[in-house]
Design a protein around this ligand. Sequence first.
Ligand code: ARG
Length: 399
Amino acid sequence: MAKARRVVLAYSGGVDTSVCIPYLRQEWGVDDVIAFTADLGQGDELEPIRQKALHAGASQSFVENLVEPLVQEFALPAIRANGLYQGRYPLSAALARPLIAHHLVELARRVGADGVAHGCTGKGNDQVRFDLAIAALAPDLTILTPAREWSMSREESIAYGERHGIQAPVSKSSPYSIDLNLLGRSIEAGVLEDPWQEPPADVYTLTCSPETAPDEAAVVDIEFSQGNPVTMNGQSLDPVTMVRQANAIAGDHGYGRIDMIEDRVVGIKSRGIYETPGMLLLIRAHRELESICLAADVLASKRQLEQRWAEVVYQGLWFGPLKQALDGFFAVTQKDVNGRVRLKLYKGSCTVIGREARGGLYDLDLATYGKEDSFDHGAAAGFIYIWGLATRLWASRQN
Ligand code: ARG
């Protein structure tokens, strides 16, 4: 009952994806399972993970460093889009899935596979993102999703793995479902499923608590060129280093934690905890700079479209026509987003304390209350007379 002969599996090294290897071979009759692991800056040692796949029965095992494309092709567009799902979550896990899918498909082509596989379960968003990205990039490839179809409990899948030479997790495995990459960390499940429960302090690893953050505030300057962050505190940084340093400084000051109820694609409300200090800091700064660079009507439309962009990306439609069209709109707007923003990080808060545009729309002579004022006050009366015409007419007809 082979659904595919040769399959490339998105492999993380965790229990589920490890069990997928013998499962695909034994239960689904796949001849050849090839593992693919992406280095997304999660900080895991990847050589042991590569070996583990071979040990579990993969015929080949590949690791690829995708940190640079994760930042260039996914984080920067997300910053330019101020992409926050439901106004809060900077999509750290969502952005990584189309990238992994892209490379999964590429490897499938290279090794002549007729299928790809992932270990996502049937309740989450990640399955949607993988499946839709693969469908868009390689509609001919069969997608195999064993963890969505087997009906094993966690204990059963661990036992299945042990029968096939996969060691049960050594330490008592974390009660949480965790996803980690350079853009952030997400924590779900366990005690967090009670939305009334405060997250235990130990769920956090990238950010310190606001209570223990330094008493001294940190001031950070971030400069943007065409919507991309290019310098921090006057120092030019490549985009990967920019995200790393933004993570470090914001995380050190307790900024970047999110505790939210989010709406999953499959209709479930779920409680998610995130630590995304760098992305939140960079988006905060970027959004502020736009307020001084962009015309009011462009700004108003962009704010609406940003929400759509975040939904589309969250919902797995990265490789789709709406996402492409929105990116086109954003690209035009970002030509004008040049300048810098100064922010103060202090015990979990991030406050903008200065902004300065290169060629922006802020005009001191118009804005000032001082004597340099060049605004024609007299002209306001005529403007208001006409602007208010409809209102006066309407008011006169009320009894
Ligand atoms: N809820 C978040 C999202 O949909 C995080 C998902 C994390 N994935 C995971 N397999 N733990 O983007």
